[in-house]
Design a binder for this molecule. Structure first.
Ligand code: SAM
Length: 241
């Protein structure tokens, strides 16, 4: 997959060179390109923003500068991702859907955001445009949101995570539950012992114990996820929890 990130702070995307995403970039599994939006500005001050029509506080990013950048960066069939707090919620399902694209272009806004015509015009031209929010709060810019989304998408690409089984039972995975609590050595620490069942070697009982803890945790922390499970996703033993 090719991922392009356009920002006025390209250095903000530096962490994408680290850890598993960094390895995927280094090995060529991920073609990551970070661009400075100011390279497409037309004046000697490299201006990317202007005052809002209709008045009001703050500045708005100019559509002509964004248009020039996106015309150069988007390839046919590419998906334009516009991080915005007024967007659709970015969830694991959305991350999964983005893995189908051959190219994702992240347009990182600053100030009061990007002139609304940018998303409209690219949509009208047939580009898939996803306006996405990473949560109900406001950040200063789209870079952190792009980091979140790139990492969530990249780890789903084949070969990026060393052991693909790690993806199977995770929170927000196919089961629709939060993950059960996990433990490692030492078996006893600070007066707290690992649950006995996990030391038993009895795989079926461990699987049932984990499922029960996942159900309890989801009920306690995210009852909305349990309520959203389709009929038939819980069996009789689950209902006992
Ligand atoms: N005036 C905008 C509003 O109220 O919807 C907020 C603009 S915010 C200060 C500047 C930029 O940060 C946005 O254009 C977007 O790129 C990014 N941003 C802020 N919060 C975000 C969120 N929750 N999810 C995704 N992007 C966000």
């Amino acid at each position: 997959m090719r991922i392009d990130v356009v920002s006025i702070f390209p250095d903000y995307l530096g962490p994408l060179q680290l850890s598993l995403v960094g390895k995927a970039v280094a090995s060529g599994q991920l073609d990551l390109r970070v661009h400075d939006l100011r390279g497409w500005a037309h004046d000697k001050h490299r201006t990317v923003d202007d005052t809002p029509f209709g008045g009001g506080a703050g500045m708005v990013m100019r559509p002509d500068v964004w248009g020039a950048a996106l015309d150069d960066v988007l390839v046919p069939g590419g998906t334009l991702v516009v991080p915005t707090p007024s967007g659709e919620s970015f969830t694991q399902r959305v991350a999964e859907s983005l893995t189908d694209s051959t190219q994702l272009v992240f347009a990182c806004g600053r100030y009061e955001g990007i002139d609304a015509r940018v998303a409209e015009v690219y949509r009208e031209r047939g580009t898939v445009v996803r306006e996405l929010s990473i949560g109900d709060y406001v950040l200063n810019g789209g870079e952190v949101a792009a980091l979140v989304m790139v990492e969530a998408v990249a780890r789903l690409l084949p070969g990026v995570i060393g052991n693909p089984e790690s993806l199977v039972e995770e929170s927000h995975g196919a089961a629709g539950l939060l993950e059960y609590p996990v433990y490692t050595k030492p078996a006893s620490w600070a007066g707290a012992d690992v649950p006995e069942i996990l030391l038993s070697g009895h795989h079926a009982r461990i699987a049932r114990w984990r499922r029960d803890r996942a159900l309890e945790r989801t009920l306690d922390r995210r009852p909305d996820l349990l309520a959203a499970l389709e009929d038939g996703r819980l069996d009789r033993e689950d209902r006992a929890v």
